[in-house]
Design a protein around this ligand. Structure first.
Ligand SMILES: Cc1cc2nc3c(=O)[nH]c(=O)nc-3n(C[C@H](O)[C@H](O)[C@H](O)COP(=O)(O)OP(=O)(O)OC[C@H]3O[C@@H](n4cnc5c(N)ncnc54)[C@H](O)[C@@H]3O)c2cc1C
Length: 477
């Protein structure tokens, strides 16, 4: 053992199982001190006048921390909670606790890297060593068949080369018995004590098909439900473009984003399912989607803060407007285009939106309203329960045509999409009660209906439901 004590700074790797940072700490030190530090900057104002973290994700994070704390307590230790800037609090605590080293997981985006670098500098000035590890992706960064600087810009090439030339590491095993360091006096014990924002005041009335509970316990329960109890995995490829219900897709994203579940855990469970139940295109397709997640993370590593800039990784001049009024209507789900409004209302009332919905509302904002795509990305950052900087900004760039898409223009015909994915208007009925007296597909096109139909549906356009923000001329069906 090189050290008497190691402080483990947990970040977006909030799990005990398959946690390389925890494992390395147990190998390097006689005892470990796991710590989570709530950074108030993550709850302050973000870009474009929006919050960085809204109430759904705040609640999910508080549950995740509680779940991990319970697990560590069962093993005889504790998860020590701090409030403040990690680059100040963590080295100070390490010194107070007599820890000779600090271990943590590497992140890839600019703000997180700034914190890491400042923390390392502060630790070294106190004579404390630091070690950081890569563990957020399916393929390990050191096992990629190319250096990150030469990462292919096109997903298909990235995926095929990884599948052919790389491999997925086994799960990390943490020893059965771990020695925990004594916790220094005066530590914090709960979410409110650590300055966590109150999430009960707004927007947490949850109307979702599925309640997301934070923590690796609920994550494994969800995986068990989706794979073994319902066999939903076996038809994932056919159902993944769905809009309603708990099981059209895996819904693993919030747990993956906070690291309560690792992509390798999902991969190993898919492999077990393939051996014990069935192997088909759907079981492969879930892994395919996890490779998309990897792709955006490695892209962020390659391109740094360009993923947050208006010209994206292509540094492309744009035609974006600053339409504040149109943007707030889009955000509130009041554009007068039912398919867009229903998706935005689902997001606002639950913190979640399907992948299909995300593509449509993003395309509508950037292509139809021509609004700066970064406003949309920042709004998603505030609202999403599964917000992940790489997947979010990467997907937004992609749709805005400034990211990695050989097809360039990702334009979606909203009415054609409605015909394909919600032909009976049931999704609209669910989220837009103003339109529920209309029948079937008419719910998608109140702006094209004759006045008799509107009268029967008791809708006065412009009063009961907004007039459309854009004309539907481009959307022939
Ligand atoms: C504009 C836009 C913004 C997005 N923002 C986020 C975000 O902040 N966080 C986030 O996790 N995903 C984001 N996505 C990707 C995708 O919509 C979600 O991962 C997915 O809807 C989550 O549901 P699921 O877990 O049921 O996915 P499933 O369909 O079951 O897929 C399994 C997993 O694969 C990964 N995945 C699937 N699709 C994608 C994708 N297009 N890009 C990256 N990873 C993917 C996710 O980790 C997901 O949990 C965004 C997509 C768009 C179009």
């Amino acid at each position: 053992m090189r050290y008497e004590k190691a402080l483990v700074w947990l970040r977006n790797d909030l799990r005990w199982e398959d946690n390389l940072t925890l494992k390395k700490a147990t190998e390097l030190a006689r005892s470990i001190l796991p710590v989570y530090c709530l950074d108030p900057r993550q709850f302050g104002p973000g870009d474009f006048g929006l919050k960085k973290t809204g109430p759904y994700r705040a609640r999910f994070l508080s549950e995740t921390i509680q779940d991990l704390q319970n697990q560590i307590r069962e093993k005889g230790g504790n998860l020590l909670l701090l409030h403040g800037k990690p680059e100040e609090e963590i080295p100070t605590l390490a010194q107070k606790a007599g820890a000779g080293m600090i271990c943590f997981s590497q992140e890839v985006t600019a703000e997180e890297i700034r914190v890491e670098q400042a923390l390392e500098k502060a630790a070294w000035s106190k004579g404390i060593a630091t070690e950081s590890y890569w563990q957020s992706t399916l393929f390990h960064i050191d096992d990629l068949p190319f250096p990150v600087a030469q990462l292919p810009e096109v997903f298909t090439k990235f995926r095929k080369e990884c599948e052919k030339l790389s491999f997925i590491r086994p799960l990390e095993k943490i020893p059965e018995t771990v020695r925990f360091a004594q916790i220094p006096e005066g530590h914090l014990n709960s979410w409110p004590e650590m300055g966590g924002p109150d999430f009960t005041d707004e927007g947490t009335e949850n109307k979702a098909d599925m309640l997301f509970r934070g923590g690796s316990g609920p994550a494994l329960e969800r995986m068990n439900h989706y794979f073994w109890q319902t066999d939903s995995l076996a038809s994932y490829k056919e159902t993944r473009n769905g809009l309603m219900g708990a099981d059209y897709s895996s819904k693993f994203s919030p747990w993956l984003a906070m690291g309560a579940l690792s992509p390798r855990q999902v991969y190993r469970e898919v492999k077990r399912y393939e051996t014990e139940r069935t192997k088909n295109q759907s079981t492969y397709w879930l892994i395919f989607e996890l490779i998309w997640r990897d792709f955006f993370r490695f892209m962020a590593k390659k391109h740094g803060s360009r993923i947050f800039q208006i010209g994206g990784i292509q540094d492309k001049a744009g035609y974006w407007k600053e339409g504040k009024v149109a943007f707030s209507k889009w955000a509130a789900g009041k554009t007068g285009i039912p398919f867009i409004d229903a998706n935005m209302r689902e997001l606002n009332q639950t913190g979640f939106m399907s992948n299909r919905g995300r593509q449509l509302v993003a395309s509508f904002l950037v292509n139809d309203l021509e609004i700066d795509w970064r406003w949309g990305a920042a709004y998603f950052e505030q609202q999403l329960i599964d917000y992940d900087p790489c997947s979010n900004w990467g997907n937004w760039m992609y749709i805005a045509g400034v990211g990695n898409d050989p097809r360039q223009d990702r334009y979606f015909n909203i009415l054609l999409q409605a015909k394909k994915y919600d032909p009976q208007g049931t999704y609209i009925e669910r989220w837009i009660p103003e339109l529920d007296k209309l029948k079937g597909f008419d719910r998608h096109i109140p702006f094209q209906l004759p006045s008799e139909k509107l009268d029967t549906g008791r809708i006065r356009l412009g009063k009961d439901y907004p007039l459309p923000l854009v004309s539907a001329e481009n959307w022939s069906v």
